[in-house]
Design a protein. Structure first.
Length: 360
């Protein structure tokens, strides 16, 4: 407990912006170290554990609402698993729209007012989350999972109540048939034999992907990123189709994919490594202030950060708890972007630079 208090005090001394970060797709494989995390029963999920009268009233009201709508940029399989577990626990259907940041934001903007459809939204665009939160578009979660010592609200929640539920982690990956000796580091991508055979994510997808390129510059120098972009890489809208093309042999190496644990398990000719420090984009979930199903939204938010919710949503990604089976990292160990460098101008400038180097 003393260490926990000390850690919280240190975290409070950091700028508030550090708690707000940003992504695009999900990741996974492996498990963290043991930390004695509570199960779903202790986190307020359906169980025989004691529930406060106030929270029981939310559960009862949520069941009467009968459904909840979630917009999320997290992985499709992870979202389906989350929805399945939530419905099994509470009998409440989750209508999931898997959608990346930019279109999700456009939908929220259009729905703001009297046409709200989404109850909970999960994206990685920290600037949008911060701005809309300060404008009163979101409401704070009230569930018991948010008062457990296992969830660090100081590090993982914004002042307006948006909260980290996982982080996508990018892996350096290759096709073992075309790259039999594997890759040891990002700089191995500069092998002339890989020219035209490297897949890279499009920075237009999200500011978070731009931050990934900033991370590559920090680790390997600006010249490395430019050299990769000059090597006639194939450009993909997200890491999911990038991984599919790697598995099929369309490309030989990938600058970024999710952890390819399932692909390897199923015998696909792929392998990967997660460099240290790992790059990740934190997914922020927010309860829409004008949610059509406000109680079900609160219940889903609470379930998101319970152990059972994390087992679903953090598979092949970074979890907000340690010792989650299938996760590849712990959110607190994932690099935190420097938001002072991830400005709208910097993002626009890099996207223009990317286009100039990859066109023609």
């Amino acid at each position: 407990m003393a260490r926990s208090r000390l850690r919280r005090c240190l975290l409070r001394s950091l700028p508030a912006a550090v708690a707000v970060v940003a992504l695009v797709s999900a990741c996974g494989g492996g498990s963290g170290d043991a930390s004695g995390q509570p199960g779903a029963a202790q986190s307020g999920a359906a169980s025989s554990a004691p529930v406060s009268p106030q929270w029981q009233a939310v559960i009862d009201a949520a069941k009467k609402e009968g459904s909840v709508t979630l917009y999320s940029a997290q992985g499709t399989d992870q979202l389906q698993d989350l929805a399945k577990r939530f419905q099994k626990a509470y009998g409440i259907k989750v209508d999931v729209l898997r959608i990346t940041d930019a279109p999700a934001e456009a939908k929220l903007d259009a729905e703001h007012g009297s046409n709200a459809i989404a109850d909970v939204v999960t994206i990685t665009d920290s600037a949008y989350v911060k701005a809309k939160g300060e404008a009163g578009w979101f409401t704070k979660p009230t569930g018991p999972s948010f008062t457990n010592d296992t969830y660090d609200t100081t590090a993982n929640m914004t002042p307006s109540g948006s909260f980290v539920t996982s982080a996508a982690v990018f892996a350096l990956s290759w096709n073992t048939q075309s790259v039999p000796n594997g890759l040891k580091s990002y700089k191995d991508l500069l092998d002339p034999k890989l020219k035209g055979k490297i897949g890279v994510p499009d920075p237009a997808a999200s500011p978070s992907v731009v931050d990934f390129y900033f991370y590559l510059q920090e680790q390997n120098g600006a010249a490395f990123v430019d050299d990769v972009l000059k090597s006639k890489p194939q450009i993909f809208p997200s890491v999911l189709p990038l991984a599919q093309s790697l598995t099929s042999g369309q490309i030989s190496a990938a600058l970024a994919t999710q952890a390819l644990t399932d692909e390897k398990k199923n015998g696909a000719p792929v392998d990967y490594l997660i460099p240290k420090p790992a790059w990740g984009a934190r997914f922020y979930s927010s309860i829409v202030a004008k949610a059509p199903h406000p109680n079900a939204a609160q219940l889903l938010a609470n379930f998101y950060i319970s152990q059972e919710g994390q087992e679903a949503i953090a598979y092949k990604a970074a979890s907000i708890m340690r010792n989650i089976p299938g996760s590849v990292a712990y959110v607190a160990d994932v690099r935190v972007p420097d938001l002072t460098k991830l400005t709208p101008t910097a993002v626009a400038d890099f996207r223009a630079h990317f286009k100039a180097l990859t066109s023609g």
